[in-house]
Design a protein around this ligand. Structure first.
Ligand SMILES: [Mn+2]
Length: 243
């Protein structure tokens, strides 16, 4: 809410996995306030275009969400800005495990939530597993590779993904890749696009689960905390369970 209220913008792109699952009982008052705020933004009089790009977690929620929050939901969203063609896509499409094993991935999530509950106070266990998982699988790189190829095929100049929870920007052969990172980890990041270009911002305000600054990963690191089903893959039966 603080970020949304402190910026003026004409378009808001939500890059997917806004919901972790279908269990709306888990939503708190703050969550509903945010949804209500987003719904208000989408009022035509505000002249803000709100776009919801679905992720692997909120996949299948499109119809429900477009009614509940009043914004259209897209698998991928393409727009023109500053003479460039922009593409927003969550990124799980380039994460082979999630795209091929949706059911197993969901099962993994449930187990991960269990671990998270047990681990609620320290998060040490979950964070350890998350980091291990990310390092093994180099998800950031895989998603970036896939997204850049996809953008090239679609003649896009800039491609935006989420999914990995790791903020990352790179350019290859004139195509820019930007990963927005995540809202729910130690380092909350988001992207802005203006005439100057694309920038990654770190939210500096207070968050509920803020880890000490010195533990945060630098901007360009391809490794960051994954918050989600990543944990499961340490059982090695699962190759790349994640958000
Ligand atoms: Mn995801």
């Amino acid at each position: 809410m603080a970020v949304l209220e402190s910026h003026r913008f004409r378009r808001l792109v939500l890059l997917g996995d806004i919901f972790a699952d279908l269990n709306f009982r888990r939503l708190t008052g703050d969550h509903w306030k945010l949804l209500s705020h987003i719904r208000k933004l989408s009022n035509p009089r505000r002249r803000v275009e709100v776009v919801w790009v679905e992720g692997n977690h909120d996949h299948g929620l499109a119809q429900l969400m477009s009614h509940l929050v009043g914004v259209p939901v897209y698998e991928r969203y393409v727009w023109e800005y500053a003479g460039k063609r922009h593409l927003a896509i969550h990124g799980h499409q380039f994460d082979r495990f999630v795209s091929r094993n949706l059911l197993l991935s969901r099962l993994g999530e449930q187990i991960f939530y269990g671990i998270q509950k047990l681990d609620a106070d320290s998060k040490i266990f979950s964070r350890f597993l998350d980091r291990m998982n990310t390092r093994w699988l180099r998800l950031s790189d895989k998603v970036a590779e896939g997204a850049l190829e996809y953008a090239r095929a679609g003649n896009c100049d800039r491609v935006f993904c989420g999914h990995t929870h790791a903020a990352l920007t790179l350019t290859r052969d004139g195509i820019e890749y930007h990963n927005s990172g995540s809202w729910v980890d130690a380092r909350a990041t988001f992207l802005t696009i203006d005439p100057e270009g694309v920038r990654t911002h770190t939210y500096a305000g207070g968050t509920h689960h803020c880890y000490p600054r010195e533990e945060r990963e630098p901007d360009t690191a391809p490794v960051a905390d994954l918050f989600e089903p990543a944990a499961i893959s340490t059982a090695s039966a699962y190759q790349s369970l994640r958000c």
